[in-house]
Design a protein around this ligand. Structure first.
Ligand SMILES: [Zn+2]
Length: 312
């Protein structure tokens, strides 16, 4: 990784958790038949059904974004490699920091382009996953453990000391509105707090139902210029709960061209990839644990804004 990549930082607004819980609950109840958001002691996230590498989401919370979609389209920048251990050090975290999130897999290590679900302790245990399209049958996909603490082109992560403590517990079921659950949470905060930048990260479990997921295939040999180009290249799947989604969201794009939300999922049954929303709103049930970042780290912001607004 280029250790001289430009890094920008910003403070994040952190109102009291109880207040944030009220705002999120009110927003979710517009979009879900039932929704409850409370402040709880974080359960042990190492346990089923989450199986994360740390117990909690507390201590020195940071939201970080490296690179961006402009490094993938219209043409991929495979030289954009990010070492998550180094990112954490730059973010001021001590070794053993808990990092979770979503990015593009380290194709320089794996040899193939893929989705990355980051779930690791820096300089320590790595329970991350990659999900790739099955080259022999693109209607299928393959989830594998990823032992490389790296990614390329883009990465959205939440860093913390992985400690227990107070977090937001989000329960929502039966989606009645059009917004996906993260979008609903994000927009309810931005409506309440305006231009005060907030960033949250954590784990969202889709307990029941199915979800729309994409998995990037091998990099396109031709530039992906239009939405149609991307639609023809990307592989979409409907996958089944339980899905463990890890990622971040922020309340504003700001002049740092922030990705406002990004979650990737994994599962014990081999389903995983980039999470959009449930496809079975009547049956959808979610359980999530989130914490606020105290500061934001923006690394290697692409000089040109991305050309397509869609998700990657
Ligand atoms: Zn993604």
């Amino acid at each position: 990784m280029d250790t001289n990549i430009p890094i920008q930082t910003a403070e994040l607004y952190c109102p009291p958790l109880t207040e944030v819980a009220e705002v999120l609950q009110a927003g979710l109840r517009i979009n879900f038949a039932s929704a409850t958001v409370t402040v709880v002691d974080c359960p042990d996230l190492k346990q089923e059904p989450f199986t994360l590498t740390a117990s909690g989401l507390c201590g020195s919370g940071r939201v970080a974004e490296l690179g961006g979609v402009a490094h993938l389209v219209p043409t991929p920048h495979k030289d954009k490699i990010y070492d998550i251990n180094k990112v954490a050090r730059v973010a001021g975290m001590s070794p053993g920091a808990f990092v979770l999130g979503a990015g593009a897999g380290p194709l320089h290590d794996t040899g193939f382009n893929c989705e990355l679900v980051t779930n690791l302790l820096t300089e320590g245990a790595n329970e991350s996953y990659t999900i790739k399209v099955d080259a022999e049958d693109p209607s299928r996909y393959i989830q594998e453990k990823c032992r490389f603490p790296e990614c390329c082109m883009m990465l959205n992560i939440f860093l913390s000391e992985g400690k227990g403590g107070k977090v937001l517990e989000v329960k929502a079921a039966n989606r009645t509105g059009d917004k996906d659950i993260i979008q609903c949470m994000r927009m309810s905060l931005s409506a309440r707090y305006g231009e005060k930048l907030m960033g949250l990260g954590g784990v969202l479990l889709l307990e029941k139902g199915k979800a729309k997921i994409h998995v990037m295939p091998e990099l396109s040999e031709t530039p992906l210029i239009t939405e149609e180009d991307v639609e023809n290249w990307m592989k979409y799947y409907e996958m089944s709960a339980p899905l463990v989604c890890l990622g971040t969201f922020v309340t504003q794009e700001t002049n740092l061209d922030l990705r406002v939300q990004h979650f990737h999922c994994f599962s014990k049954h081999g389903d995983g990839g980039h999470f959009y929303t449930d496809t079975t709103p009547d049956d959808a049930e979610y359980l999530g644990y989130f914490n606020m970042g105290e500061s934001l780290i923006r690394g290697d912001c692409p000089p040109k804004k991305r050309t397509l607004e869609r998700c990657f």
